[in-house]
Structure formats: C-alpha cells, structure tokens
Design a protein around this ligand. Structure first.
Ligand SMILES: [Zn+2]
Length: 488
C-alpha cells in the first residue's frame, strides 16, 4: 500500500513521494497571536498533528515547522484596544496557545519561528523580488506585481482577468494591478517598525511564511498545510513570492483542512456560536484528559477535508464510542484467564485491524475509516471474550489499541484514569435533559446498601436498588473481586 495525499494544487490524490526518501519536511501556517484559539484552530492543529504522527509511524523522520504571526494589523489593533504594548499582546496569546494545545494533547512543532525574529530573512527575500523585477516600491511600501508571475492563480484555480473583474477592492492608485499585494508596509506613527532599505516599516503577512518556511526547510519542501481559508490569497501569494524568488518548485503537496461549523451554521462571533478552546473545556464538564480525548475522537470522526459540525450531541457520541473502548480495556484486565477457542480467531482480527488502519490512513488520512476499524475490532474482541482469551492475547489486544491509537492520540489513558476523569461529570446539555441527577455520594451509599443486602442474601432489596438506580440512568457492573463499578 502506498500513502496518497490529496494535493490542492493538482486537485487529486497523489502518491506521496518525499524529496528525500526517509524524511519529510512540512510547514503549517500557525496562528496570529491576538486572541484566544477557537475550535477552527483546534481542528487544524489536530489534523496536522495526526498527519505528522502518521508519517512518523510510517518511519519517516519529520521536520515540522509551524510559525507564529506576531506582527499584524490585528495585533496592533488589539494592543490599542487594551492599552498595552503589542509585545504584551503577542506574549499573552502565545501563552494561551500553548495552554490550549497542551490541554488538547497537541505536541510542539520541531521549529516554531516568529515573524519578528526573521526580519533579516524577510528583508532579503523582498530585496531578491525587487532585484528580479517582480516587486516594486511606492514611497515606503513594497508590492508584489502579480502580472509578472504568469502562474498566479495556480493553487486557487483563479484567473487574473476574472479576479480583476470581480475584485471589489478599493482602487489603490499606488498599485499597478488591483491584486498586487504588500510585501512591506511603511511605518505609521505609533506602530512597531523595523529598519529596511525602503525605510522603517513591517512585513506584509504573506511574505513571512515564504521567508520562514524556506529558511527552515529549504527552497523546495514536501508538505505545506493550513486551513482551506488560507488557499486564497495567503498560499497563492506564498507560491508567487517563493517561486518568483527561486525559480524553483516551492511545495510538493498542498494540504488544506475544512471548516468547523456549529449546529450546521458557520461559526462566527456575530452569531454567538463561537467557541474558544478554553470555553469548550469549561463548558464540557469532564475532567481534562477525557474532554481532550473526546474532542480528538470527535474531530477525527470527520475526514479532515470535510466541513465538521460541532454540537453537544456529536461530542456525546464521541464520548460513548470511547467509553465502549475503555469498557473493553477494563474487561481485558479483569476477564478470567482462559482460552475457550478465542485465541485462534484473534490473530485474523488483529490482522484485519492493522490492515484496515493502514488502508484508511494511506487513503489521504481517512481517520473516520480508521476509527471504524477500531470499532469493528472492539466488537470482535467483545465476542471473543465470551469464550475466553488468555492473558497474553488480552495484552495483545490492548497493545494494538495503544500502538495504532498513538497515531490518533487515542486509547492511551489507563482505564482507571479514564473512569476517574469521567465519573460524576456530565455535560451541560445532558444536565438539562436528564432527570435530577444523583450526587456521587448518594450513589455510593446505595451501592453499599445493595452490597450489604446481597451479603445477607436479600436479593429482592438488592434488585430494587439496582432498578431504582437504573431508572436514574446509573448502570451498575459487579466486578469479580466483589466490588461494584457504576457509570452514568
Ligand atoms: Zn502562512
């Protein structure tokens, strides 16, 4: 099997062949640090984290670069709004970014460059573009001249003539073409600025990604990713700048993730359905490791290129799917050691899981199909456990969940950690729809009373308690060691 990746540039899935046989160089556009990260950022971060993990799982050594845009109009605007220095804004939101990504379980990139730390590289690149005659100066500004780059529009499949006709941009007398874009902006009073051959100013947004990606990954590299909203103009402009400067191919595979919607509406601040990552962790009442894993499962149950619909119901489905897996892990730990013939059927089931996982992930990182493979395996093992599995075979099942699950960053918790973090915590939506919920202490008291009744062989009373708890949606499970486990 060979890994295929959908390349936005060609509009089709292509076999993945990195420039160097055993290593992959990839760049992903990071966040502009002027506000808290929302679900859209979470999805993009998770998608590329999983892509990186899968490439590593396949044996590639991955150099992953993800930048911070730490100088931008929005940052300056926010600094003025808050009455604090712009550096305080970027420091605050870089901290918030690490906090949120840490909660989600998303690791750091190999290199996380900041625009403000690459001014010399940015200025060099702009000078090259001026020298090559594809950029021009107007007073203290520098613009890229799109008509000098015949392939302009190659990524977004737009034609320059159509863009001009459809452009509703303000007529800017200083530009030679309405689609020309700023590489360097002359400083305005009170704004951060750096010295340059064109006077003090700051870089445009697009040029920083060309400068930083090529600095850390070379003039041509394997994968460039980001949200689909970046295809035009950001990535189109990156291609124009980079290729015009080097006369080489810039990126082999362009990978873009889809949007996040909330209850089938576009997520936006004005609609009031806008969630930051922090808000989701606060609203969703489980403890952090469970919330994080539920979010990851939920995000990965939709293919990364499709729009993803966020809702309480979808999160609950993800939670249930994970509960089913952790329930299995508990049974694997507690099942009596026996081999009633299950072992003979385990080997084909393990093989089927590995095959399904590989096939799914090789098909443009089809995580929903990979998750379906896990669920199929779970239900097969549940059947096998009825006739019995040896300790060694049960360990093999858990190891398969762990090792393949590592790619998706799922199934890594200990059963006890999962139970602890799930216990007694329910979502706001569930709170609204369920009957008045029992306090944990009350449930524990009733369980103790039931166990006492069972000891005295008062099975009528024991059953009464079980039924009354069931009516309140509390499920009991008696363990071999005589204790009772419960869940909502
Ligand atoms: Zn970028």
């Amino acid at each position: 099997m060979v890994l295929k990746i959908y390349n936005t540039l060609s509009g089709r899935k292509e076999p993945f062949e990195p420039l160097a046989p055993a290593s992959v160089r990839m760049y992903v556009c990071g966040v502009t640090v002027y506000d808290e990260c929302h679900l859209g950022h979470a999805r993009s971060a998770l998608v590329f984290d999983v892509i990186r993990r899968y490439l590593e799982h396949c044996g590639f050594s991955v150099t992953f670069v993800k930048n911070f845009t730490d100088v931008d109009d929005k940052i300056i605007h926010r600094a003025n709004e808050l009455g604090i220095p712009w550096q305080a804004v970027t420091a605050r939101y870089i901290d918030a970014y690490y906090r949120d990504m840490g909660r989600l379980g998303i690791g750091r990139a190999t290199v996380e460059p900041k625009a403000t730390e690459h001014m010399a590289d940015i200025i060099d690149l702009i000078q090259t573009l001026i020298r090559k005659g594809v950029a021009y100066r107007v007073n203290g500004d520098v613009y890229f001249q799109v008509e000098k780059f015949p392939a302009y529009g190659v990524l977004s499949k737009r034609k320059l003539e159509d863009m001009q006709a459809g452009a509703r941009v303000e007529v800017d007398e200083r530009k030679r073409h309405p689609m020309d874009f700023a590489l360097w902006k002359a400083a305005k009073p009170g704004e951060p600025s750096w010295d340059s051959p064109w006077g003090p100013g700051r870089p445009g947004w697009h040029i920083e990604c060309s400068a930083m990606s090529m600095k850390h990954l070379g003039e041509t590299f394997d994968i460039h990713g980001g949200g689909a909203d970046l295809i035009f103009p950001h990535h189109e402009n990156e291609i124009a700048q980079s290729c015009a400067a080097t006369d080489k191919e810039f990126v082999r595979y362009w990978v873009h993730n889809g949007f996040v919607q909330v209850n089938q509406e576009k997520m936006s601040k004005s609609l009031g359905n806008f969630f930051t990552i922090r808000e989701v962790f606060e609203k969703w009442g489980y403890r952090e490791p469970v919330t994080a894993e539920v979010l990851r499962y939920f995000f990965l149950s939709t293919h990364y290129r499709s729009p993803l619909d966020f809702s309480d119901q979808a999160l609950q489905e993800a939670k249930r799917a994970l509960d089913g897996c952790y329930d299995l892990f508990l049974r694997l730990e507690e099942a009596p050691s026996a081999d009633g013939g299950g072992a003979a059927r385990l080997s084909p089931a393990l093989h089927a899981l590995q095959h399904a996982f590989r096939e799914a992930m090789d098909d443009d990182f089809n995580t929903p199909a990979a998750l379906a493979g896990f669920q199929q395996f779970r239900s097969t093992v549940n059947q096998l456990l009825k006739t019995g599995l040896s300790r060694e075979h049960r360990a093999q099942v858990r190891a398969a969940f762990r090792s393949l699950g590592w790619v998706l960053n799922l199934f890594q918790l200990e059963v006890k950690a999962w139970e602890f973090a799930s216990r007694g915590e329910i979502s706001a939506a569930e709170r609204e729809t369920s009957s008045p919920s029992l306090e944990d202490a009350e449930i524990e008291r009733l369980i103790a009373e039931r166990n006492e009744a069972r000891k005295k062989k008062d099975f009528v009373r024991a059953d009464e308690i079980r039924k009354s708890l069931a009516a309140r949606r509390i499920i009991l499970e008696d363990r071999p060691d005589g204790t009772t486990r419960w869940k909502r």
